[in-house]
Design a protein around this ligand. Sequence first.
Ligand code: NAD
Ligand code: IPM
Ligand code: MN
Length: 351
Amino acid sequence: MKIAVMPGDGIGPEVTREAVRVIDALDLGITMTHADVGGMAYHAHGHPLPPATLDIASAADAILFGAVGDPACDALDRHLRPEQAILGLRKALTLFANLRPARVFAGLESHSALRPEISRLIDLVIVRELNGDVYFGEKGFRTNAAGEREGYDVMSYATSEVERIAHVAFRAAQGRNKRLCSVDKANVLETSQLWRDTVIAVAAQYPDVALEHMYVDNAAMQLVRNPGHFDVVLTGNLFGDILSDQASMCVGSIGLLASASLGERQTEFGTFGLYEPIHGSAPDIAGKGYANPLATILSAAMLLRHSLGQVAAADRIEAAVAATLHDGVLGRDLGGTAGTAEIGDAVVTRL
Ligand code: NAD
Ligand code: IPM
Ligand code: MN
């Protein structure tokens, strides 16, 4: 079993270190190879996603990814910015299906930004498309008819792109509570109309799943009004990015939400994938030692489950994280005082 480990920038290395310790503690005989990504890779090699990193990724069964993003790189040409590392990996490896589970851990109900009686009902997964949408359309700057400089980004989805992510979401719903909410903006956008038409067509193959459609503005509102309403949320790249950060605060902290990015490629042990916290490099707290590593540790659990077939080990990590939180070992993001390493220690102890 081979994992490519890509810590990246800012708090990326801090939180990844703890997830690696947790995997090591399980003693599963996994080989880990580190690779450079993001701003640190740009500084070392002149590119945020060097060819050697892609080679290491392709040779592995899974990727454990920290975070990328460096304010010092924000003025670079877009293709050289740290964020291109994660976008490039998702695209180059056809990792089109992003699963972002959000549920409230026992004992954390009162740490949500929502009232406890509302937050305790949260148990949903956002299925976010990752290879298309306005993220990957034609973009640039131009001079308009009035002689003014304007920026543009083309939003589009092809039917086949929507079909393949819809199948992932319907299957996810079948394995959960059989309710699927497809989120779009079909009242305004043709991209969303095609999205909705396609999801409706795919739904014919899943008569056991209850499908509803919701406009994204309403979905953002319902997510805080009544998050318990949602089971599986299917949405595009941009809306999924925004709604998942919002869902994290419904749970309590962005330092808690993990993700899996999957495609169709199978390895010897499962589905090849990339696993990362949904948060970024958090430059405001980088180097201070109190970033919450639990999102990355939970991403490692998803990695073991989906890519390495180590379901029991994944369950153990998730149980150890739940126990850590239940015992009140909380970072500053949750109103506590525990530092990054202390939280990692607490999880390892509970394994
Ligand atoms: P961010 O997620 O990095 O941080 C947002 C806020 O949440 C900050 O106040 C930060 O301190 C806090 N936070 C994030 N993770 C935390 C954790 N584990 N524990 C405690 N607090 C945490 O988002 P941002 O500030 O908008 O972006 C910073 C950089 O990260 C940018 O360069 C952005 O492009 C990049 N980014 C990268 C990824 C990724 O690598 N997948 C994801 C999101 C943002
Ligand atoms: C995420 C991030 C990325 C995205 C950025 C860093 C490109 O915000 O993984 O949620 O927008 O997908
Ligand atoms: Mn995001």
